[in-house]
Design a protein around this ligand. Structure first.
Ligand code: GLU
Length: 378
């Protein structure tokens, strides 16, 4: 990709996930780095004023918890690390809340697990909560829910979680801030011929070799987990930048088109990636049949599918399952993620959203399939 074009990747990114690692957040374990966190929050405010949406994925709970508990070396027992995370998370959330507020921004704590994002219903729930927070202009600050799982404790330091969040909200870019300038062709401390990689294609197998080899053991949050995170983020069309977290104004400059760190470019477009994802879910669990008015709205006007346009519900499906949308002649017009399970959908057929609460006992989304979770079949 030529430099002029690659500089536009971050400049054009509207929705950005920023991930910061433990060593940066806690100044190498010395304790929460108030100044650094304040700096990132100031930059996030700048991005938001610029019309972008940002999500922060921050580690540091274990490192801060260890300090609060007076532990000088990292315990081996995973349950002790989980306990430290629970202690440290209090400080982490408090610090982000204070610093974001000082910059005029609201904040929200979100603790997620990989399993939450693999489960369709929780995936949809997490997605709609995060998108609602973004709409409200609030910055979600995400960490792994270390009490119940320990994927990121064992390896990753939230690199994978950052990518999963980028997939979840279909971010345009994932920025991984770390204590290194980016990726080198080899470890520069061991190999003097190592050169800096300023740009590559995310998912290029050579990158994994540069970062220590696919066969080597994956260190917690080493360069390899970042390369793999970039590959995963690219799956939903997000490009990744790996950059030094203390680089002055790194986030602002990246969105102005400056080449900072290593840019790993996603080769698939966002909507193409979404289509592929839906296509991979060939096993559809059901269908809704819609009237001509709803079919036109979905096919020609780019609208979501509302229950009022549904005439029939087929099959047995849960919230989050992929279902088909068919017209009354039986032609498939779209596929998407169902907001309502089949039993609820049957109750909502032909009904306006003003009646949903009375029919279901709770008020939820007005759409059966939201436009963002839907791809046209023709
Ligand atoms: N989620 C963990 C944290 O925030 C991961 C970092 C680690 O393993 O030290 O502390």
């Amino acid at each position: 990709m030529n430099p002029k074009f690659s500089s536009m990747v971050l400049r054009d990114a509207r929705r950005v996930v920023v991930k910061v690692g433990s060593s940066l957040v806690t100044n190498d374990g010395r304790g929460l780095d108030e100044q650094a966190i304040g700096e990132w929050c100031r930059q996030l405010a700048h991005l938001i004023r610029d019309g972008r949406e940002v999500i922060m994925v921050s580690s540091g709970a274990i490192a801060e918890g260890m300090k609060r508990l007076g532990w000088t070396s990292r315990p081996k027992a995973v349950q002790e690390l989980q306990a430290a995370a629970a202690v440290g998370q209090m400080g982490l959330a408090q610090m982000y809340e204070t610093k974001l507020r000082a910059n005029g921004l609201g904040s929200a704590q979100v603790l997620l697990t990989h399993a939450d994002l693999a489960d369709r219903e929780r995936y949809l729930n997490a997605r709609s909560t995060l998108l609602t927070l973004l709409k409200l202009g609030v910055v979600p600050v995400i960490n792994e829910n270390d009490t119940v799982v320990n994927d990121e404790i064992k390896f990753g330091d939230n690199d994978t979680l950052g990518a999963l969040v980028a997939n979840l909200v279909e971010a345009d870019a994932l920025v991984i801030l770390t204590d290194q300038k980016g990726l080198f062709t080899a470890d520069p401390r061991k190999d003097p011929s190592a050169t800096f990689v300023s740009e590559a294609s995310a998912g290029d197998a050579k990158l994994e070799l540069m970062a220590g080899g696919a066969g080597s053991s994956i260190g917690r949050g080493g360069m390899l987990t970042k390369i793999l995170a970039a590959k995963r983020a690219a799956g939903s069309g997000a490009s990744t930048v790996i950059a030094w977290g203390r680089e002055p104004d790194a986030l602002i400059r990246l969105t102005q088109g400056d080449a900072i760190g290593t840019l790993l470019i996603a080769q698939t477009q966002k909507n193409q990636a979404r289509k592929q994802w839906m296509a991979d879910h060939l096993q559809m669990r059901g269908a809704v049949i819609v009237d001509a008015g709803a079919a036109t709205k979905v096919l020609e006007e780019g609208k979501s599918l509302l229950p009022i346009g549904m005439v029939q519900v087929e099959g047995d499906f849960s919230r989050g399952d992929v279902i088909a949308v068919r017209d009354e002649a039986g032609q498939e017009i779209a596929r998407g993620l169902a907001n309502y399970a089949s039993a609820e959908a049957r109750l909502l057929c032909r009904k306006p959203s003003s009646e949903f609460e009375r029919l279901l006992g709770y008020a939820a989304e007005p759409e059966m399939l939201h436009r963002d979770n839907l791809v046209l079949s023709r």
